[in-house]
Design a protein around this ligand. Structure first.
Ligand SMILES: *[C@@H]1O[C@H](CO)[C@@H](O)[C@H](O)[C@H]1NC(C)=O
Ligand SMILES: *[C@@H]1O[C@H](CO)[C@@H](O)[C@H](O)[C@H]1NC(C)=O
Ligand SMILES: *[C@@H]1O[C@H](CO)[C@@H](O)[C@H](O)[C@H]1NC(C)=O
Ligand SMILES: *[C@@H]1O[C@H](CO)[C@@H](O)[C@H](O)[C@H]1NC(C)=O
Ligand SMILES: *[C@@H]1O[C@H](CO)[C@@H](O)[C@H](O)[C@H]1NC(C)=O
Length: 339
């Protein structure tokens, strides 16, 4: 439902612009209108707030859920203070906010996609909740965000690149999360060491797992356990020594090193098609461009990374590239430019 419609109705019927009983409304300079409703034992956002409120303080109440309709009356709010409630659910459609404080609630999940629309956000406080899942693109649109506080939650990992789009960020609180210090998280160590963003309480940015690192600050986790993946490829029969005749079976081997062991896949580029063959024995997906009628070959990829081309012919000539990727990174090697 469009908030504008409601505003229009409110204006049309002259709905009261007064201040609801549990709140104090104060007009400030520069057109700022404060509604202060903290410490009131409120279980719901009070109705009847002036529609021009810009700062709404609802901290230290007993709000359980934020529903979209709770904020339909107050579309101008740019600062929303909701710390120390019992909020465990948030419905889509928060407002065009600059500041939001949801700290010290009981959030176990959050509609992260809704953040994408809050591109004016400058302060986001979600600390002291029970959040465990942080999508890699959660903050993708928040180019004005200066301060992000997600400390004291249940985050076990943070995907590489999660903070990359936060070009205005100057303060980041991530301490007191039960980090799983696997290879996938090691980027954070290096990133935190090199960034200009202020990241307080670094000793409390520490590992809860694996057991060998429990309690250890991430900054002191040794990096040597996580080598970048590498890969080598060769063909059988060897391509230099063999006369290629139509219809023979060609095996392309790819071996990879890395920890954790990388997943192997093949990229095939022939004159008429480009294809990726992923995982063991997945039938080839045809990505042929330009209306080529060529039937997809019957490539087979084995668990050990070997690619089998059962009936090699001129049609299969091309570039075969083996990709080894794990959570640390990726490496690719060409088996056979010569094919
Ligand atoms: C906001 O609304 C109140 C109540 O209607 C009114 O007294 C005040 O002048 C308005 N303030 C602004 C900045 O528009
Ligand atoms: C968020 O923005 C997208 C387009 O960018 C729009 O389709 C969507 O309705 C918006 N969501 C809300 C809750 O305003
Ligand atoms: C940590 O991550 C590893 C690798 O992804 C996983 O196997 C393990 O179960 C995780 N441990 C915890 C406590 O989440
Ligand atoms: C991988 O497995 C296939 C099928 O079992 C076998 O033909 C091939 O030789 C193996 N590759 C390597 C490098 O051992
Ligand atoms: C192998 O390929 C050739 C030419 O592309 C085709 O004529 C032949 O029938 C194929 N053989 C098998 C067993 O698929």
């Amino acid at each position: 439902m469009a908030p504008f419609l409601c505003m229009w109705i409110a204006a049309f019927f002259g709905v009261s612009q007064g201040c609801p009983e549990p709140c104090t409304c104060v007009e400030k300079k520069f057109g700022r209108q404060l509604a202060e409703c903290a410490y009131r034992d409120l279980q719901e956002v009070p109705a009847g707030l002036p529609s021009n409120v810009t700062t709404l303080t609802l901290s230290a109440n007993r709000l359980h859920a934020l529903q979209q309709r709770s904020f339909l009356e107050v579309t101008q709010v740019s600062s929303l203070w909701l710390a120390h409630n019992e909020i465990s659910a948030i419905e889509a459609g928060l407002l065009h906010l600059k500041n939001i404080d949801l700290s010290h609630n009981q959030l176990a999940d959050f509609p992260w996609r809704d953040l994408h629309n809050l591109s004016a956000l400058q302060l986001l406080k979600m600390n002291n909740n029970q959040l465990a899942r942080l999508p890699a693109d959660a903050f993708r649109t928040l180019r004005d965000l200066r301060s992000l506080r997600i400390n004291n939650n249940e985050f076990a990992t943070i995907a590489q690149g999660t903070f990359d789009s936060l070009t205005s960020l100057s303060h980041l609180q991530i301490y007191n999360n039960p980090l799983n210090c696997t290879c996938a998280l090691l980027w954070l160590k290096g990133w935190a060491e090199n960034t200009l963003i202020s990241i307080p309480e670094r000793d409390s940015i520490s590992c809860a797992a694996p057991d060998s690192f429990r309690g250890l600050p991430l900054a002191r986790v040794p990096a040597l356990a996580c080598p970048w993946p590498g890969s080598r490829a060769c063909s059988q029969p060897s391509l230099d020594s063999t006369e290629l005749h139509e219809g023979f079976t060609l095996l392309l081997h790819c071996s990879a090193t890395g920890s954790p062991p990388p997943e192997l896949s093949w990229r095939v580029q022939t004159a008429s098609q480009g294809t990726e063959v992923n995982g063991p024995s997945v039938p080839m997906k045809d990505r042929a461009a330009g209306g080529s009628k060529q039937s997809a070959g019957s490539f087979v990829i084995f668990k050990n990374g070997t690619l089998l081309i059962p009936n090699f012919s001129k049609r299969e000539e091309g570039t075969y590239t083996c990709l080894a990727a794990n959570e640390v990174g990726a490496h690719e090697v060409s088996a056979s430019e010569a094919l």
